[in-house]
Design a protein around this ligand. Structure first.
Ligand code: AG3
Length: 285
């Protein structure tokens, strides 16, 4: 018997992965949560039918989300991570000794429980002493916070369903306020390829451009996300993602990575012409 997991990207396109077995399936108050075991990608975490991560390629996403801002900001002490109950972003942040506090805001307690139990390679740092977990809605959490964080990482689901609030103008404005005067916000920015995703991507970029003085987009190749071509947003009050990159300082730390390098960092901000065009359309204020 063959068992396949499929995620539909459009009514005419889907990605299918053959799985050995289903390790977990449950319904929280917010969403359906599934974990599969597969030969090619290892364990796979799926929320409401969308792949959140696989053990084989999650390093690309989590390294790009964390090391890009960390190689730019000269001194990150306090970080806010929104979403990301799987712990992947926290695992990368935990590699920096200068980080004193990480606040993780996850609206679904069950995602954290499931990740702890079934995804130990991803969730290991959820036990870090510097980590404080808040089971709250990210949108509400940032309301009223003022100049508290050096870095905010928005590791949301897609902008449909429980993650929707994390793509609003109100949310980005509040993230701006919650950041210190030289703070950086990085967010998962969807894919530019299929039409629905591209529209979400443009909408998010427009709102971020309106909220932050510096707003650039960078890319990575993530095989198990729609189209495999994924974008991230880099928004900041002061630092430029390339002019303020200190690649030498970053390399001297000796942090081990499988995808990120300071050279790749620079290249990641060079986008394909059609993506530049999409973004430019909404950049005109
Ligand atoms: N964050 C969400 C990525 C979106 C993937 N979308 C999709 N498969 N349709 C991933 C969380 C990992 N920490």
């Amino acid at each position: 018997m063959e068992l396949w997991f499929s995620e539909s990207y459009t009514p005419d396109v889907k990605l299918s992965i053959r799985v050995d077995r289903q390790l977990y399936s449950g319904e929280s108050d917010l969403q359906r949560i599934d974990v599969f075991e597969s030969k090619e990608f290892g364990r796979i975490l799926v929320l409401d039918g969308s792949v959140m991560l696989t053990e084989k390629d999650e390093f690309i996403y989590h390294e790009m989300l964390v090391h890009v801002p960390m190689a730019v900001h000269p001194n990150v002490n306090k970080v806010l991570v929104i979403g990301a109950g799987d712990g992947g972003a926290v695992r990368e942040l935990a590699k920096y000794p200068e980080i004193e506090q990480i606040d993780l805001v996850e609206n679904d307690r069950q995602v954290i429980q499931v990740s702890r139990e079934y995804l130990p390679k991803v969730s290991s740092a959820l036990e870090d002493d510097r980590l404080y977990i808040f089971y709250e809605d990210g949108l509400k959490f940032v309301r009223g916070r003022k100049e508290e964080y050096d870095l905010i990482i928005v590791d949301s689901t897609d902008p449909f369903g429980p993650g929707e609030g994390l793509f609003t103008k109100e949310f980005y404005d509040n993230c701006y306020k919650a950041l210190k005067e030289d703070g950086i916000m990085v967010n998962q920015h969807e894919s530019p390829f299929y039409e629905t995703d591209a529209t979400a991507c443009m909408r998010a970029h427009k709102r971020i451009v309106e909220s932050f003085p510096v707003s650039r987009v960078y890319q990575a190749h993530i095989p198990t996300y729609p189209s495999g071509h994924w974008l991230f947003g880099f928004a900041s009050k002061k630092y430029h993602p390339i002019h303020d990159l200190d690649g030498e300082k970053w390399s001297e730390r000796g942090i081990e990575t499988k995808y990120y390098t300071p050279r790749l960092h620079e290249g990641a901000f060079c986008l394909p012409a059609y993506v530049e065009k999409l973004l430019r359309k909404v950049e005109i204020r």
